[in-house]
Design a protein around this ligand. Structure first.
Ligand code: FAD
Length: 400
């Protein structure tokens, strides 16, 4: 009989349960951390050949910050926090329209917030798990077979790994979902937009340090942040009738076609696109009736991608992973009951964030000039102390 590598091979005689986590991203590493803390041995399989750094900028506040706190990550993340910066809204030709100083954003968002490069969040998680998790890069599952008591995963080189639980945390285009639940079109709800983001090798010359320059026009948003060397980055979102065609075209031509006419340092920033570091994808939510099938559970974007328009996917990945570990611990040996309880606890929050994301599309790709104008009035109003308090309260409400 072909040999099956038990994930507990390094701990012969141990009574610890074994979990396989697919994907060493935010959800996967957070799950590895929490599961280990609750007594599991964890093997993580990551398709990328090595760790990636940098990536795009993301914010953690509200429950995302609280989950990071519960996972013990806040001290490490605070060291990597980029902090608040001044936002300058520009006309298409780059002239300044209005300015929102960093103090105004800070007063609206509050102090329990972090701005991080995705890679820095991943690094903090990696550092927290590296000493105990068996993390294998350059590998992906080819087959997943379940019996009543275990899951067996076959890798590309024929290696077979056995575990009591498999966590599919391999992102919006999940291979685990495809192997166990069915093909992507069954679950992917296309929102008709594209998103791009990449770090800048050289800080943009036309934008002063400490400033993010943003253009918001009908159907599109572009932002270029000068936060100094190694910390400057870009963000692009636009309405797109045929995302498949733009994906085939590729990041550089598609983003240049959509934003190359813009001033204020945006067109220049596009010249720094590097295929190795650019993120470029269509925007779509994952909607599923169930996130687990027997001992295979999906987590993070693989299960419920809320999209960039929610600004909340990383927060949910951390929160979901934290709660998964805690719920499994509370249910002892009954893994299936734990997965059902975890899912019913988390679903209302995911549902709310997916709905907010669909509403939020208009902020990133306003349908008309009127919508652009109305958003600008709201930004101007935020600078008035009374309105700022109202905005802070509405952010707090969304976070509860
Ligand atoms: C531009 C942008 C800005 C965002 N801003 C925010 C924000 O401000 N706040 C926020 O909370 N969220 C934000 N998000 C969302 C957030 O980044 C995602 O929701 C989050 O990264 C999801 O984490 P994940 O671990 O589920 O998936 P991912 O981060 O996609 O990680 C999946 C991992 O699985 C690996 N993998 C993929 N396929 C396989 C395979 N077949 N086998 C093995 N491994 C595999 C990948 O290489 C990767 O390491 C933003 C997203 C974008 C695109």
């Amino acid at each position: 009989m072909e040999a099956v590598e038990s994930t507990a091979h390094r701990h012969a005689g141990s009574s610890r349960r074994r979990a396989l986590v697919i994907g060493a991203g935010i959800a996967g590493l957070a799950a590895a951390l929490r599961l280990h803390q609750h007594g599991w041995d964890v093997v993580v399989l990551e398709r990328a050949p090595s760790r990636r750094s940098s990536g795009y900028l993301l914010n953690l506040h509200g429950p995302g910050y609280t989950a990071a706190e519960r996972l013990g990550l806040v001290p490490a993340l605070t060291r990597r926090d980029i902090g608040f910066f001044t936002s300058v809204l520009v006309h298409a030709d780059g002239r300044e329209k209005l300015r929102v100083p960093s103090e105004v954003t800070e007063a609206a968002v509050g102090t329990r917030a972090l701005s991080l490069f995705r890679g820095d969040l991943e690094s903090a998680l990696y550092d927290a798990v590296a000493d105990f998790a068996d993390i294998r890069f350059g590998t992906t599952p080819q087959e997943i077979v379940q019996t009543p008591g275990e899951v067996v995963v076959t890798l590309g080189d024929g290696t077979r790994l056995q575990a009591e639980l498999l966590v599919g945390a391999d992102g919006v285009h999940s291979r685990v979902r495809e192997l166990v639940f069915g093909s992507e079109p069954d679950y992917f709800v296309d929102l008709g937009h594209m998103v791009g983001a990449f770090p800048l090798r050289t800080p943009p010359e036309r934008i002063p340090e400490g400033v993010g320059s943003t253009y918001i026009g009908p159907g599109r948003t572009a932002a270029v942040m000068n936060l100094g060397p190694q910390r400057s980055s870009t963000f692009f979102a636009y309405r797109c009738p045929d995302p498949g065609a733009d994906l085939s075209l590729g990041a550089e031509p598609a983003l240049t076609r959509a934003f190359g006419d813009l001033g204020g340092g945006i067109a220049e920033a596009l010249q720094q696109i590097d295929p190795a570091t650019v993120f470029f994808d269509s925007v779509g939510q994952i909607v599923m009736d169930r996130w687990s099938r027997d001992r295979v559970v999906l987590l993070g974007d693989a299960a419920w991608c809320v999209t960039v328009f929610a600004g909340y996917g990383a927060a949910l990945a951390l929160d979901g992973a934290d709660r998964l570990g805690t719920t499994l611990a509370a249910h002892g040996d009954d893994i299936l009951a734990a997965l059902a309880a975890w899912e019913s606890e988390l679903r209302p929050e995911v549902h709310k964030r997916q709905a907010l994301a669909r509403k939020g599309i208009a902020r990133f790709a306003p349908p008309s000039r009127f919508h652009v104008w109305a958003a600008e009035q709201a930004l101007r109003a935020i600078q008035l102390p009374g309105i700022r308090t109202l905005v802070r309260r509405s952010i707090q409400r969304a976070n509860n």
